[in-house]
Design a binder for this molecule. Structure first.
Ligand SMILES: C[S@@+](CC[C@H](N)C(=O)[O-])C[C@H]1O[C@@H](n2cnc3c(N)ncnc32)[C@H](O)[C@@H]1O
Length: 390
């Protein structure tokens, strides 16, 4: 996609990069929805810049910095409060800000009231899940300024009218703008007064029978993968983990709501678990799940890109249900990156257990990146493998 009028905007989207996320010729760090959001909100962003004494603007869901750095470069805005669920998004924003000479124009914030308190302009990249949108809408309606305008944009192919309905539960006025380059912006104003807002819904929780004496309870914030449901691939994998090697500690890589970590801790009373995910919502959800199942005392939860904090050859057992999305993009590179990092941190004899959609044919990659790989089980949809580090 070509950069829309870089000379006019003074900001070149094409200078943004995605690293540490996978970079490839068919993946770019910005899209037409980012450009449309900035154009649609331009007048309000300029007005916000002319009143620096009032709280600045808030950006939620910026992929790699197009919204934050675009708003800063075009309007001279500073003090932008930014929430990005994936850690790699934060890291890419930091690196892009430094490359573009815009460090210090924003702060990273968790998804909590200080992110939006007093804000009068919110730029929101619509999340993929309605639950994530609901949690964000509830937060803005409860804590932003009464005259806040929320510009919520995305690619038309990822948008549904249910998104308008979610926003309408929290805002008195929701309008849809005209489409441009397969993108659209919803504008929400007039947050409802506290008495008319829905009851807080998050975190949600669900119990699942996984063949243990007690049900497995999953807890989930809005943006956690799959909510509090049990992923079908993970359900297929769990019973086979009885065959995994003995270990002092197991790593649940890409832990989501912490299903695998909690199951392992429940089935192996001496095992310690490390649950790690780059999603802020996932890490927070996994901590709640581990506590809800009474195993928090043997668990550590971290938010990290792949297994970054772990040294080479340090672990005996890693379990992974790999993602195949990076944001909205479907790309095998993300799973391969996680396999390679598992191969790096496993000690000789250490095992990587994975479950994957059988059509993805990951066995050669697992063999190359980790070590000899054995198929443990297969059904029409999923394959479970164990790869042993040489
Ligand atoms: C298919 S989900 C599996 C979630 C959970 N383990 C389960 O079994 O239900 C994949 C998870 O990988 C996480 N993930 C994606 N990229 C990652 C990365 N670079 N580092 C760590 N986790 C990542 C996602 O946030 C997501 O929670």
């Amino acid at each position: 996609m070509t950069d829309p009028a870089p000379g006019r905007t003074g900001f070149e989207f094409s200078r943004l990069r995605r690293r540490p996320d996978v970079e490839a010729p068919n993946l770019q760090a910005w899209d037409a929805a980012d450009a449309l959001l900035l154009d649609t909100a331009a007048a309000d962003l300029s007005a916000a810049a002319s009143e620096p004494a009032r709280p600045g603007i808030t950006v939620i869901g910026d992929s790699y910095g197009a919204l934050t750095l675009g708003a800063a470069a075009r309007h001279g805005l500073r003090g932008i409060r930014v929430h990005q669920d994936p850690l790699s998004g934060e890291q890419a924003l930091d690196a892009n800000a430094s490359d573009l000479g815009l460090p210090g124009v924003f702060t990273h914030q968790p998804l909590a009231a200080p992110l939006v308190e007093g804000a009068r302009v919110v730029l929101l990249r619509l999340p993929r899940s309605l639950a994530a949108l609901e949690e964000i809408a509830a937060l803005i309606a409860a804590s932003a300024a009464p005259d806040v305008t929320v510009y919520a944009g995305g690619r038309v192919k990822h948008m549904t009218t249910a998104m308008n309905e979610v926003l309408a539960r929290y805002f008195g006025a929701v309008t849809a703008g005209l489409g441009r380059q397969k993108s659209r912006v919803l504008t929400a104003r007039s947050p409802l007064p506290p008495g008319q807002l829905p009851e807080p819904a998050f975190p949600v929780s669900q119990q699942h029978d996984v063949g243990l004496a007690q049900p497995l309870e999953l807890r989930a914030y809005g943006a956690a993968f799959g909510g509090a449901a049990l992923d079908p691939g993970t359900r297929f994998l769990l019973p086979y983990l009885a065959e995994a090697r003995l270990a002092r500690r197991a790593v649940d890589l890409g832990c989501g709501t912490g299903t695998i970590a909690a199951y392992l801790a429940l089935t192996r009373p001496d095992l310690r678990v490390l649950a790690t995910d780059q999603s802020a919502a996932a890490a927070a959800s996994a901590a709640l799940t581990l506590a809800a199942n009474g195993v928090a005392d043997r668990a550590v939860v971290t938010r990290a890109d792949a297994l970054d904090p772990l040294p080479d050859s340090s672990e005996e057992l890693v379990v992974l249900n790999p993602p195949f999305h990076i944001g909205a993009a479907v790309h095998a590179g993300i799973a391969l990156k996680l396999f390679a990092d598992a191969g790096r941190v496993l000690a000789p004899g250490g095992e990587l257990w994975t479950v994957w959609n059988s059509h993805l044919l990951y066995k050669p990659a697992l063999t190359r990146l980790v070590g000899p790989t054995r198929e443990v089980a297969r059904n029409p949809k999923f394959t479970v493998t164990v790869s042993t580090r040489r």
